[in-house]
Ligand binder design. Sequence first.
Ligand SMILES: [Cu+2]
Length: 349
Amino acid sequence: MQSNSWVPLFPEQASSFAWQVDYLYFYLILVSVAFTVPIIAAIFIFFVKYREKERFATPDEIHGSIMLETVWSIIPFVISMTIFLGGAIVYYNQYRPPAESMEIYVVGKQWMWKAQHGTGQREINELHVPVGRNIKLTMTTEDVLHDFFIPAFRTKADVVPGRYTTVWFNATKPGKYHIYCAEYCGLNHSGMGGWVYVMEQRDFDNWLAGNESGQTPVQQGQDLFQNKLGCASCHAGGDNQRGAKLEGIFGKDVKLVGGQTVKVTDEYIRNSILNPSSQIVEGYQPIMPTFKGQVTEEQLVSLVAYIKSLSGVTPGTTTMSPAASPAPAANTSAPAPAANTATRTNSNR
Ligand SMILES: [Cu+2]
């Protein structure tokens, strides 16, 4: 650990891929040094060795050297390809959440980070996670562009208005690590930060149990869907409904009017709520009104969570292929993810 009076040169490595980012970075430094030092040295040696000895001398003629040119082309080519490959591998690892991940929703707002767990706990500028588990964050913002950055995890992603971005990490050491906003987002940008608390599974379970707070995202979404927004009046399920079918669609392809096929993702669901007429499902009329301005980003996240739950995907254990996901063995003492389809009725309308 670093002493307090020094700014640490490197944050500690506290996620499963932190070392990969650092190794790549060291490699880049090594390559830069390996080129810079000989070039600077050559400048000094050459201006001593070849300094003007005779005024207006005619230099000797120089002829090309195939050998030399081949060498100075191939070596940089090989080096740049290793940089490209290293970067691609690290990027691939960082931006593809494993199928078995615990999903947490994060909403950025001037100037705070709001997080909501699949089990309903909410936090502001704090994020409690268990050590050694894959954590996937689905993030968006209520206002301007922010950027979620945890240096100790070497994880960083823009949080963009109108879109969902995801990052994931697997924290390797219990502890407390800084969260920053890494995109200038207005007056109090510098104060937009907080802490991730990485806890042993047992402590995390205790924390969850001690912070049981109201509805899960799925339950909130269900409430909005059935009561507050009245989505259920057209999307109640079953045949002969005016709205497109929502059960079992997540992760699958749907056919749109006009012949286009799109995959149902978080983004697709969000967009269908805000811009329904932009993607009409084949066989339905464009009668759905937009809900733009009527729902906050947090409510949208809940609605998306609820609609995903209709396909058997719950935020506790997200997977892209809902059918093939067994419940995780760990986390048994945590409250069960919301009951969802069981109470889906249209009785409130
Ligand atoms: Cu910000």
